[in-house]
Design a protein around this ligand. Structure first.
Ligand code: G6P
Length: 607
């Protein structure tokens, strides 16, 4: 998501800020800006779009000189990606300027409060409240530390903030809570940034700030305070990465980085939607009592997320759900009317077929709910309602955190809808919501459990054909696991409902085949055991995925990957993790271009 950089030293700040922002580009952004302290004033330049637009503007500006400043690449969440909404933001009295990464959840009430106090707002961002709060609290006694701490205490949500003030020449301030921010320690100059990517060219000595800590940086020193203002001794750590590796946050590929980011992406997607023990979607206006049928439509992995969603929504809401590929739905005269809810799922929000299917169903009277990752995208604009996945930018073509956050939104929506329709009791609601909230932790555990996957990939990477089998949600997860494998490793792979094997595919089973048996659905474990025996009897090798402690599977399969135990309805987000990693390591063994597989595009904007 957004990228932050700050610099103070003897050198001119702007070129250093721009270089830092360039290195943060991979995070994804849609506007950028810098602010420097110059001759008693804050001078600023911002531009929508690429960093090159900002560079172009700065070239024409004479007053952007100065030796300390802040910079930002913004990935729009609140408000369109315009120059006005771009960071840095500035206080009404021109004294404070800030950059922010994160989301301020209580910004609406703070905005009202500040308006009543006489502050003027110029942007649609959640961030702007912060800079006015700083001005307000600094006005009490001109104490920076007190103003920053008081401001921070008013903010709900996540933030990494970079701050400059005209009353503190040569100083830059940083504070964080649930958003990344590190300090770079140089010789006669110091920095802060969202990640080391932006710093390693200048210094490899970093201080990791903890949540609630804030730092005051001058050219010759860094002082860190805890959340109640006491000085903290911090250790300076030497980063081992070279510049190139750091661009991927130290990971060999964006895909691996994004797989590892899933716990955080899920947390960002789930937590803001849970308030006082209830699922709430801000701004959602949906009369579910009118809905007689739900159609889920999407392409690729988003479609496979929909296949999981069908099981969850039908089970909890007892409403009929159809899942249809957008490229098919749009050309089959869909049966949809004002009693149909169309759920369109898309990471990019720009997929041409999904847009086509939305238009077809909308013209027949269906109401459209979009589940989208990119704010302000075409699908988000077309829909009557949008629920965003807060996965952050996804760079690797093969989606990972995009898919799991879509699952999380579908789980939350199913629970919300079941409640709205009066189809779930209070106790079951409470219990299931607790299970959804555990998903970030369970996905982290699934990652922790995955240490045997590189070795398994080493054993199986020469297989030419892989079959994925499963029942119920396991079957839907197999579709995505199989897609991941073929997308990035180019192995032939197919996913089948396990019960369907004997109606055809079993003819292909022989000693050269690897069968990945997904056996997390414990109610159907006996049936799956039967299917495993069927393929074993024909010589196939079986790699099973099961919940930890499933002894029966150990006895049947050649190899087993365990995942942590989870609520069966919501286990897909946990179960997919080893399959993503399996695909990744197979592709790596086979020397494939993992982040940019041949023939594939991240965003498919043509039919
Ligand atoms: C492409 C991507 C897939 C993605 C699909 C749908 O095929 O390679 O990873 O699942 O498009 O994209 P969307 O942006 O609509 O989710």
């Amino acid at each position: 998501m957004c990228g932050i950089i700050g610099f103070t030293g003897e050198r001119s700040a702007v070129p250093i800020l721009l270089d830092g922002l360039k290195r943060l580009e991979y995070r994804g952004y849609d506007s950028a800006g810098v602010a420097v302290f110059n001759d008693g004033k804050i001078c600023m330049s911002k531009a929508a779009g690429q960093l090159s637009n900002l560079r172009e503007k700065i070239r024409d500006s004479a007053n952007l000189t100065g030796n300390s400043g802040i910079g930002h690449t913004r990935w729009a969440t609140h408000g369109a990606p315009t120059e006005t909404n771009a960071h840095p933001h500035i206080s009404n009295n021109g004294k404070f300027s800030i950059v922010h990464n994160g989301i301020i959840e209580n910004y609406e009430s703070l905005r009202e409060e500040l308006k009543e106090k006489g502050f003027d707002f110029y942007s649609q961002t959640d961030t702007e409240v912060i800079v006015h709060l700083l001005e307000y609290y600094y006005g009490f006694n001109g104490d920076f530390k007190a103003a920053i701490m008081k401001t921070a205490s008013r903010l709900a949500g996540s933030y990494a903030l970079g701050i400059i003030c005209t009353d503190a020449p040569g100083k830059i301030f940083a504070i964080r809570e649930s958003s990344p921010l590190i300090i770079g320690v140089g010789a006669g100059e110091n920095y802060f940034a969202s990640d080391v990517t932006a710093l390693v060219e200048n210094t490899r000595n970093v201080i990791y700030l903890e949540d609630g800590e804030f730092a005051e940086l001058t050219p010759c020193g860094v002082t860190v305070y805890d959340c109640i203002g006491r000085k903290v001794d911090k250790t300076v750590t030497r980063v081992a990465w070279d510049v190139e590796a750091a661009e991927k946050g130290g990971y060999e590929h964006f895909m691996l980085k994004e797989i590892m980011e899933q716990p955080r992406a899920l947390k960002s997607t789930i937590e803001p939607r849970v308030k006082q023990g209830r699922v709430e979607f801000e701004g959602l206006e949906l009369d579910l009592s009118r809905v007689r049928k739900i159609i889920i439509t999407a392409c690729g992995s988003a479609y496979y997320a929909g296949c999981v969603g069908r099981y969850v929504i039908e089970e909890l809401c007892r409403l009929p759900v159809e899942v249809e590929l957008a490229s098919e739905l749009r050309y089959r005269n869909p049966i949809a009317d004002e009693h149909t809810l169309l759920i369109a799922i898309s990471q990019s929000g720009e997929t041409a077929d999904t847009i086509g299917a939305i238009k077809e169903c909308r013209s027949r009277g269906a109401s459209v709910l979009a589940i989208v990752n990119v704010v302000g995208s075409t699908i988000a604009k077309l829909a009557d309602n949008v629920i965003y996945t807060w996965a952050g930018p996804e760079i690797a073509v093969a989606t990972t955190k995009g898919y799991t956050t879509q699952l999380a939104v579908l789980d939350l929506f199913a629970l919300y809808a079941a409640d709205e329709l009066g189809r779930i009791g209070a106790e079951r609601y409470r219990q299931l919501l607790g299970q959804i909230m555990k998903l970030p932790m369970l996905v982290q555990r699934a990652l922790d459990f995955s240490s045997n996957i590189p070795a398994l990939a080493g054993r199986y990477h020469k297989n030419r054909t892989v079959f994925f089998i499963g029942r119920n949600i396991d079957c839907a997860v197999g579709l995505e696991g199989s897609l991941k494998l073929k997308e990035i490793s180019y192995l032939h792979s197919e996913a089948y409902p396990a019960g369907e094997l004997k109606h055809g595919t079993i003819a292909l089973i022989d000693p050269d085949r690897l069968v990945v048996a997904l056996a997390c659905h414990e109610a159907l474990l006996d049936k799956m055991t039967g299917n495993i025996q069927e393929v074993k009897a024909r010589g196939a090798t079986v790699l099973a995925v099961a919940q930890e402690g499933t002894k029966k599977i150990v006895a049947e399969a050649d190899d087993v990957i365990f995942v942590p135990r989870a609520e069966p309805l919501f286990i897909a987000a946990v179960e997919i993790v080893p399959l993503q990693l399996f695909a990744y390591y197979i592709a790596r063994n086979n020397g494939c271009d993992i982040d940019k597989p041949k023939n594939l595009a991240k965003s498919v904007t043509v039919e």
